[in-house]
Design a protein around this ligand. Structure first.
Ligand code: SF4
Ligand SMILES: [Zn+2]
Length: 326
């Protein structure tokens, strides 16, 4: 496991180099194919469980170097040629069957022209005809005219997912996202001003956040996202696996989180009734949990995701009597 031998770098450029130096190899990916695609059901704004396509586009990696990010693993070092993203969307849509909602996630920003060529927008929008809502992700710094361009080409409505990560300003700065809370709020204002929905990604227990503060800051992050007008918040359990996170874990700056923290934050988010709250369970096995109730707790989170209501708490004698195990 890599070790952080010196203090965490203060400057952006030194942090970038340190984060890059700890990376492992990328996974082999094909510019003609999305690196993943599947269908899930997600409750929409109207309270309807919508058949939703999730398409993970293969493209050039994001230019930012967030310390917790592992999305670069399924990216390319060069831009894809015009037409490739359209082909990827077509490939997935042909195999997924009819869907109401499409999430086009691209391990970075849809509005980064080096990741998704602007020339592809019209053809992509054409392939998405028939879906009534499209969600793409973007760094707040890239929210601008290209959003309008995509919005005007789509048959359905557009929603942009922005990484808030955390409302704790010092931690946000250390995450190396190159974004302030004010910039996040400005991007939300812009999107709402042009009639586009906002979804915020919030990390539960990011690095530099002790376990005892994790629930508090995740809840404040949910509050902040809804204050900015987000219609949905997606909670992302922090995970190791990119080199830098392992180094931070060894130095004590990152602690793998307990599933019970995620449950507590999810319950809080749902009871606010300010918008939808989801938990990303794609890497659920990385959360710490007691062996006796892990599956029950996961099922509880899945249920809350689908129903958008709190579920009865899990009463487990094992984890009340003893600390949760890894
Ligand atoms: S902005 Fe998003 S995709 Fe880019 S490095 Fe940060 S977390 Fe990863
Ligand atoms: Zn238990």
């Amino acid at each position: 496991m890599p070790v952080l031998t010196e203090p965490y770098p203060e400057s952006r450029s030194r942090r970038d180099s340190w984060i890059l130096s700890l990376r492992q190899d990328r996974n082999p990916v094909d510019p003609r194919r999305p690196y993943g695609f599947f269908v899930e059901e997600e409750m929409d704004l109207r309270g309807h469980l919508a058949r939703t396509a999730v398409i993970m586009l293969t493209n050039r990696e994001c230019p930012w170097r967030c310390v917790m990010c592992d999305l670069w693993k399924n990216t390319l070092t060069d831009s894809v040629p015009p037409g490739a993203i359209t082909k990827q969307v077509e490939f997935a849509m042909d195999r997924l069957g009819p869907v109401e909602v499409v999430k086009l996630y691209n391990s970075g920003s849809f509005f980064d022209p080096r990741a998704v060529p602007v020339e592809d927008y019209a053809a992509v929008a054409d392939r998405l005809r028939g879906s009534r809502h499209v969600i793409v992700e973007s760094h707040p710094a890239l929210v601008g005219d290209r959003v309008l361009r995509l919005r005007d080409l789509l048959q359905g409505t557009l929603e942009v997912a922005l990484g808030l990560e955390t409302a704790q300003p010092e931690v946000l700065q250390k995450l190396n996202k190159g974004m302030t809370l004010e910039q996040f709020a400005q991007a939300c204002d812009y999107l709402r001003g042009i009639g586009i929905g906002v979804r915020a990604f919030v990390i539960v227990q990011p690095p530099f956040t002790p376990e005892r503060e994790a629930g508090y800051w995740a809840k404040r992050s949910i509050d902040f996202a809804f204050d900015c007008g987000a219609g949905a918040v997606s909670l992302i359990p922090a995970r190791a696996g990119n080199g830098a996170m392992e180094a931070l874990q060894t130095s004590g700056a990152f602690e793998p989180l307990r599933i019970t923290t995620v449950e507590e934050v999810m319950e809080y988010g749902l009871t606010q009734k300010r918008g939808r709250v989801f938990v990303d369970l794609w890497d659920a096995q990385l959360m710490r949990a007691c062996a006796g109730c892990r599956e029950l707790r996961l099922e509880r989170l899945r249920w809350m995701n689908r129903q958008q209501r709190t579920a009865l708490a899990i009463d487990c004698k094992d984890c009340q009597d003893a600390p949760a195990t890894v």
